[in-house]
Unconditional design. Structure first.
Length: 150
């Protein structure tokens, strides 16, 4: 039986062809991307896709930075930075400080039905579609976007 992290990676990969129909994302990625997931036990799952190893390496580096930030903060990339810069959140306890903020969309905080946290990230498309492909794929893995009430 596959874990939610493994299922999410499989689902994301299934949706890549549909996202590549967007000419902007196709031109940006040339079919190359990377995505990764960290589950509540710290296990990692991921994939590098495409035929350009250099582009895949670069995408994986960005996806890794995004997923680590989400894993440590519990917030989507972009959302975390906005909250910190607005003075609504102290980054100190997270261990992710201003010089290390990724600043790009594509890292997504998720949770399962029990509220257990998952972190996912995608790199290769425009930030809005890096997020969209994860959001489109998460329900099949029994996950949903994490919400904050504070």
């Amino acid at each position: 039986m596959k874990s939610p992290g493994e299922i999410l990676v499989d689902e994301i990969e299934k949706h890549i062809p549909e996202f590549l129909l967007d000419p902007v994302d196709l031109a940006m990625s040339k079919g190359n991307a990377a995505f990764t997931v960290i589950d509540p036990k710290g296990r990692t799952f991921g994939r590098i896709v495409g035929t350009d190893a250099d582009k895949g390496r670069w995408c994986f580096g960005i996806a890794s930075r995004k997923v680590i930030q989400v894993w440590r903060t519990g917030y989507d990339t972009g959302e975390f930075e906005a909250l910190v810069y607005a003075g609504k959140l102290d980054e100190g306890p997270t261990g992710v400080n201003r010089p290390d903020f990724i600043g790009w969309q594509g890292g997504v905080a998720l949770e399962d039905s029990s509220g257990a946290p998952y972190a996912a990230a995608f790199s290769g498309f425009r930030g809005i579609n890096d997020v969209a492909i994860i959001q489109k794929s998460c329900a099949a893995a029994g996950l949903r976007p994490r919400t904050h009430t504070a």
